[in-house]
Design a protein around this ligand. Structure first.
Ligand code: ADP
Ligand code: NA
Length: 331
């Protein structure tokens, strides 16, 4: 599979959490040995919503440190931040002139993030999916591992690639395939099983941050919303119990086991026991990551160097593609 190239990104907007780890970063670590991979801290996406410059600057380093601490190896992959490579913005402009307003109007994430006062949302938030398409296409990436929440944007990237190829009569951009991993594709909030665990949730109790210590992890899981029933006897029994299904899904993902297997092990037991076991498991997986993140955060010179070198490698791939795009367009 030598012609496969993987691209994925993560926003530097606050705390990296268990959902980012299980839904994204952990899968990147699994892919890095078998594929050529480009992993990007998408800082230009972050400013679609106003950011404090100093906080944004620190978050770029922190997210990169979180990826490295989780096992993303800068020697095996290209790891960089988006704003360093001009091709992303250059190609995004061309793609803005390919994508149709009607296509963007269908994007549910814009509707969610813009809220009721849509006229006040930035134009950047609206065209965010076009920049995401540029992120992927400027490397001619073939596969994009994402959480379930990004599937619609990826379908749009395929539509844009196809529209470009057909408008200019070229076979230039490959159509990128989403890679959605089955377990933990969507980790839910610990406080509300109908909302995804997110960096932007106002309640810190809703998520486990990669930097949380063992006591915080145990406390958050102990307080996680459940119901008065014992643990389910079968996977079928969890259908109307989203919070319970979420915790069992997290347990299965963290232990690399099948959901059915975990259900069988804990069938009929009480939540106190299950949550205690889940806390031990979470601490054993996340503890070393948090410690390594703290160490790397104290050594920003190393992280900055990784991003700088990664940016140079990324630019060497992306700049010639944009040159070719300009030729095709007629510049
Ligand atoms: P957030 O939604 O927390 O701001 P990003 O948009 O930066 O996170 O997403 C980074 C990656 O993490 C994406 O691949 C996304 O699909 C994945 N991801 C984010 N939240 C979750 C979640 N709750 N469960 C599974 N994957 C997630
Ligand atoms: Na690799």
């Amino acid at each position: 599979m030598s012609n496969n190239l993987i691209f994925s990104g993560i926003q530097p907007t606050g705390n990296l959490h268990l959902g980012n780890y299980l839904g994204a970063i952990r899968n990147w670590v699994k892919l890095q040995n078998d594929f050529e991979c480009i992993f990007c801290v998408v800082d230009m996406h972050a400013i679609t919503i106003p950011q404090d410059p100093a906080v944004l600057h620190a978050s770029i380093r922190e997210v990169a440190a979180g990826m490295i601490a989780s096992g993303v190896d800068p020697q095996k992959n290209i790891l960089f931040n988006q704003s360093r490579v001009p091709a992303h913005a250059e190609l995004a402009w061309v793609l803005n002139c390919i994508a149709r307003i009607g296509w963007l109007n269908r994007m549910t994430q814009f509707k969610d993030k813009a809220g009721k006062n849509r006229d006040n949302a930035t134009v950047g938030l609206y065209v965010y999916p076009n920049l995401m398409a540029a992120d992927i296409l400027t490397y001619k990436a073939t596969h994009v591992p994402v959480g379930d929440d990004q599937k619609q944007h990826l379908e749009l990237a395929r539509d844009i690639a196809q529209a470009f190829n057909s408008q200019f009569g070229v076979d230039f951009f490959p159509l990128p395939e989403p890679q959605i991993f089955a377990t933990a594709a969507r980790v839910m909030s610990l406080r509300d099983g109908t909302k995804k665990m997110s960096k932007s949730d106002a309640s810190d109790q809703s998520r486990i941050n990669l930097t949380d210590g063992p006591d915080e992890i145990a406390q958050k899981l102990k307080r996680a919303k459940t119901d008065p029933l014992p643990l389910p006897e079968s996977a079928e029994d969890m259908k109307e119990r989203p919070e319970v299904a979420n915790l069992i899904g997290i347990y299965a993902a963290l232990s690399d086991r099948e959901i059915g297997d975990v259900v069988t092990e804990f069938a009929g037991k009480g939540f106190a026991e299950f949550k205690g076991r889940l806390a031990d498991l979470a601490v054993s997986v996340l503890g070393p990551i948090g410690t390594e993140m703290q160490r790397l955060t104290k050594d920003p010179g190393y992280v900055d160097q990784v991003l700088r070198e990664g940016g140079e490698k990324a630019n060497a791939i992306a700049a010639p593609v944009v040159d070719q795009v300009h030729d095709i367009v007629g510049f």
